[in-house]
Design a protein around this ligand. Structure first.
Ligand code: GDP
Ligand code: IMO
Ligand code: MG
Length: 432
């Protein structure tokens, strides 16, 4: 049963890209199943930093096939551009190495304009989206009005007609709101160019995956976003519009559950969130700044896609416990443990107190969540730089205790941690 589903256990940016890159070293296929270019997945290799938005994070391994699944929403112009810029730095991208589902949905300029218009209309209550057109694209998908990647295989006139008509009807909405309208012909031309570049890559990826799995190939399913941004399970409406959780991997790729061997939750050793919505352990001041970094390093907490500073706080075990229950993690991994080095003490939110009542799982409403006061357990910190550690036994005792305590509180094993952004900056428990 060779599927490993990898999922962000928090609000995104947990370090999924680097973990996928690591797992891809022993996999045949890496398949992304949700979201679009709202994602920003970073892989650091031999001093070079790769920021991937649509192309799966297995692409740096020459023998791995990368798949973009039907659950994704794809901006074809941005994808063609990303493929081109990867090629320019020596990454081999051919239809044998990258396969795009014919059932994914296309993000049009209309979706992007509507995303901005909706956020502007919400004012102070805005979601804080990445403005990539994600929500409007999924809205058209579920409203049965979307254009799919497979439609790029249609004859040019029909594809153009559908695109132009989507833009023209959005223009009516935009002009009613006094917003700038779009030029349908210019948009159509750029989409036709992108369609021509992408056409050889488009296939039925569900059938492709099924045949590969039957032939014994191993697949890593690359989650984007995170559990707490899930349309069903996140802090609605401050969520994305897809299902980045375990169930989403199956529908987003069209594979059956019996192939799944492992569900790996990736969590950062502290909490971050970008965009609006409740975040009970959010900190301000010195410790938040320490966790965020100044922006001088590429791994500091500034959005990979939007550059926005991320909100930072202590690790929220209440939310992690919830992520365990939503996804059924068989294992978890903690990233960025090195960032905690040098802090005198570390705190874990083990419960919330709301109106005198204790909660071990997050309440459903944002009104309650906003009032949640974390109940902290304090653990000793460590001083040593751990970025050179490669075995669990080399980590300071306090670091090992921190990891083991999180695992015990979540009741899920943590067998690996990362101690720096480079591919080899990993510590596996079994190696000790
Ligand atoms: P993703 O969206 O989950 O793939 O995560 P991002 O790439 O958006 O953000 C994670 C950031 O943390 C990236 O800059 C990574 O290079 C960096 N990173 C990942 N793991 C580690 C780690 O163990 N230590 C440090 N210092 N940085 C890390
Ligand atoms: P990766 O894959 C962090 C957040 C946005 C916003 C909300 C809705 O890099 O972890 P959207 O544009 O999807 O409609 O925005 O979701 N968001 C992310 N936050 N990492 C991401 O992706 C995100 N993708 C979306 O900031 O709060
Ligand atoms: Mg990211």
């Amino acid at each position: 049963m060779p599927i490993t589903i990898l999922i962000g256990a928090q609000w995104g940016d947990e370090g999924k890209g680097r973990v996928v890159d690591w797992l891809a070293g022993s996999a045949d296929i890496v398949a992304r199943y949700a979201g679009g270019d709202n994602a920003g997945h970073t892989v650091a290799l031999n001093g070079k930093v790769y920021k991937l938005h649509l192309v799966p994070s297995g692409i740096l391994h020459s023998r791995v096939v990368s798949i973009m699944g039907n659950g994704m929403v794809i901006n074809p112009v941005n994808l063609a551009r990303e493929m081109q810029s990867l090629r320019a730095i020596g990454v081999d991208i051919t239809p044998e190495r990258l396969v795009i589902s014919s059932r994914a949905h296309i993000i049009t300029p209309a979706h992007i304009a509507l995303d901005s218009a909706k956020e502007a209309a919400l004012g102070d209550d805005k979601i804080g989206t990445t403005l990539r057109g994600i929500g409007p694209a999924y809205l058209d998908k579920t409203g049965r009005a979307g254009i799919r990647t497979g439609d790029m295989l249609l004859d040019v006139e029909e594809f153009t007609e559908r695109l132009v008509s989507a833009i023209e009807s959005t223009n009516q909405v935009l002009s009613q709101q006094g917003r700038e309208t779009l030029d349908p012909q210019a948009a159509a031309q750029s989409y036709l160019d992108a369609a021509a570049a992408l056409r050889p890559y488009i296939k039925d990826t569900s059938v492709y995956l099924h045949q590969a799995l039957r032939a014994g190939k191993s697949v890593v399913c690359e989650g984007a976003q995170g559990t707490l941004l899930d349309i069903d399970h996140g802090s609605y409406p401050f969520v994305t519009s897809s299902s980045p959780t375990a169930g989403g991997a199956l529908t987003g790729l069209g594979v059956g559950p019996l192939f799944v061997e492992k569900v790996l939750g990736v969590a950062k050793a502290f909490s971050t969130r970008v965009g609006g919505g409740p975040m009970p352990t959010e900190l301000e001041g010195e410790i938040a700044q320490r966790l965020r970094g100044s922006g001088a390093n590429f791994w500091d907490e500034f959005g990979t896609t939007t550059g926005r500073p991320r909100r930072c706080g202590w690790l929220d075990v209440v939310m992690l416990r919830y992520a365990v229950s939503v996804n059924g993690f068989s294992e978890m991994m903690l990233t960025k443990l090195d960032i905690l080095s040098g802090l005198d003490e570390l705190k874990l939110a083990v419960a919330y107190e709301i109106d005198g009542q204790q909660y071990e799982y997050p309440p459903v409403t944002n009104e309650l969540l906003q009032r949640a006061k974390p109940v902290y357990e304090t653990l000793p910190g460590w001083r040593d730089d751990i970025s050179g550690c490669r075995e669990f036994a080399q980590l300071p005792l306090a670091a090992r205790r921190y990891v083991d305590r999180v695992a015990a509180l979540c009741d899920v094993p943590i067998n690996s941690v990362s101690v720096g952004p480079e591919r080899d900056q990993l510590v596996e428990k079994s190696a000790s």
